[in-house]
Design a binder for this molecule. Structure first.
Ligand code: 6PG
Length: 243
């Protein structure tokens, strides 16, 4: 593995196997140094994270006991029911939390059965209980789309302009429906942010984010510059090809 300099956090380049291991090691190290008991780990959606969940289970990286001592959630969610194939938390449950026997009181999905505004408010209250007023996730997993979005902060969407100082919110994304997501304010309150971005299809987007002009509204992943000291990008050579 090698590192690439950026203003948006550490950028580690490696093979998928190396990066999957690194992602686990980073989370485990953050957990080992946590001074509080309720360790909050936010997963995310997309194909890459789902592959990582399956790897964690097949490689037995996380024991059921360890997994059951962590509070699990997702950094962003589609406004669909958990049994939908589109559900980020539903997929994390099916591919990671259920196979590891994580009890339901350690699982914190967004209240997707409620209208978006109520679901966001309920989630804020849950996170306030779990993390307190000044903190969000201990570990926040993110992916990045080929349009440079991360979480459910898509180009031109309102929460990029103004999140009202709230750590979590909801917004309608043209062509993708309603989304629930951590906001720029919430990202700045995370302990560690791990962004996993693999594949040649992400090379242009990664170049725009890390090497292009500042343009958060159109290049949303650039929001991570505001918390670069706690961001680690895990990218493969194909995604790093234009850096
Ligand atoms: C979502 C995810 C989204 C995802 C990226 C990367 O709800 O779709 O939160 O932000 O992480 O689109 O997805 P891939 O890893 O599948 O490219």
């Amino acid at each position: 593995m090698r590192e690439v300099k950026s203003d948006y956090g550490r950028v580690i380049v490696g093979t998928k196997a190396e990066l999957f291991q690194q992602a686990f090691d980073l989370g485990a190290a953050e957990r080992a140094k946590a001074a509080h008991s309720r360790f909050l780990w936010a997963l995310t959606g997309g194909g890459t994270p789902k592959e990582w969940y399956q790897w964690l289970v097949s490689e037995k990286k996380l024991s059921p006991a360890d997994a059951s001592a962590i509070e699990w959630t997702v950094s962003d969610e589609r406004h669909v029911l958990l049994d939908s194939a589109e559900s980020n938390f539903g997929n994390a449950e099916r591919q990671l939390l259920a196979p590891l026997g994580v009890p339901t009181d350690r699982r914190h999905p967004w209240m997707v059965a409620w209208p978006v505004a109520e679901a966001a408010e309920a989630y804020r209250r849950t996170m306030l209980i779990l993390a307190g007023p000044a903190r969000t996730y201990d570990v926040c997993f993110l992916g990045m789309g080929d349009d440079c979005h991360t979480a459910s902060l898509f180009p031109g969407t309102p929460l990029l302009r103004d999140d009202g100082g709230l750590a979590f919110g909801g917004q309608e994304v043209p062509g993708k429906g309603w989304r629930l997501t951590i906001t720029p304010t919430g990202l700045r309150q995370c302990g560690l942010i791990v962004v996993m971005t693999l594949g040649a299809g992400k090379a242009d987007a990664l170049h725009r984010v890390l090497r292009g002009p500042d343009d958060v509204l159109n290049v949303p992943s650039q929001i991570l510059k505001t918390c670069a000291d706690r961001v680690v990008w895990l990218v493969d050579e194909a995604a790093a090809a234009k850096l």
